[in-house]
Design a protein around this ligand. Structure first.
Ligand SMILES: Cc1cc2nc3c(=O)[nH]c(=O)nc-3n(C[C@H](O)[C@H](O)[C@H](O)COP(=O)(O)OP(=O)(O)OC[C@H]3O[C@@H](n4cnc5c(N)ncnc54)[C@H](O)[C@@H]3O)c2cc1C
Length: 213
């Protein structure tokens, strides 16, 4: 409840708390039939630091997992690929997977920036396999489910760039930058020319075999 968990209710009811209301991976408190989800929940981690996940999409996923549990199908909460987004007036920022502020060993980065506007994209990928590991976008809105599948399935940078149109989630009539982005990659990599694919419906694109083809 809020950025700082409001745990007063739990404290009144003898429900164990830390910074938030303590729960396990099933979002269960130590009191039978009492659960916590969202900003107020502190997920206990056996070998690491407990997690509070104050984000709307993790709150939604926690709610979905808990709804199944309450309906009789005890379900573990699994966050999946890291995602966050923010919107301030007309500026849109998104991140999927991991893009650290310092480059990590074995990870390379492809970066594109619009020549005149505050619009850019960074995709990190593994040097050896070329699998993408994370993306940041500024001024371009991406589709959550497409990036989640690309990251979870180990899609290569080549595949992602060639199919970048599938990931665009900007409203109709917004400018699209996939052509410019692929052209920038081709200019930087004269020996590895990519060809942008036309937009196709998404369902065919999510298997690893197809992704790395
Ligand atoms: C300024 C701001 C910007 C944010 N931007 C982003 C963003 O860009 N991306 C993102 O993913 N997340 C963002 N968040 C976080 C996101 O809003 C929260 O993670 C999400 O709202 C948490 O949902 P929740 O239901 O757990 O808690 P809340 O949305 O806080 O809802 C809790 C509700 O419980 C009610 N309540 C509290 N105590 C009691 C009580 N005793 N009895 C009954 N009701 C009670 C409260 O009034 C409230 O309505 C932002 C948050 C803030 C404050």
């Amino acid at each position: 409840m809020g950025v700082h968990p409001n745990i007063g209710v739990a404290q009144q009811g003898d429900i164990p708390v830390g910074r938030g209301i303590l729960v396990n991976d099933f979002l269960e408190t130590q009191v039978p039939d009492v659960y916590a989800v969202g900003d107020c929940a502190e997920i206990e981690v056996v070998d690491g630091r407990n997690r509070i996940e104050p984000l709307w999409y993790t709150g939604k996923m926690q709610g979905e997992a808990l709804a199944k549990t309450i309906a009789g199908e005890r379900t573990k909460y699994e966050r999946g690929v890291w995602f966050n987004s923010a919107k301030f007036f007309d500026i849109e920022y998104q991140t999927y997977g991991f893009v650290f502020n310092e480059p990590l060993d074995g990870i390379s980065s492809f970066y594109w920036q619009h020549p005149a506007q505050d619009i850019c994209l960074r995709i990190n990928y593994k040097d050896d396999t070329q699998e993408v590991t994370g993306v940041n976008t500024f001024g371009i809105r991406m589709r959550h489910n497409v990036w989640e599948n690309w990251l979870a399935n180990g899609c290569t940078l080549k595949y992602v760039l060639e199919n970048l149109r599938d990931a665009n989630f900007d409203p109709e009539f917004f400018n699209r930058y996939e052509k410019d982005i692929v052209a920038a990659f081709n200019q930087q990599h004269p020996d590895n020319q990519l060809k942008l694919s036309p937009l196709r419906w998404l369902t065919k694109r999510f298997t690893k075999g197809h992704a790395n083809a």
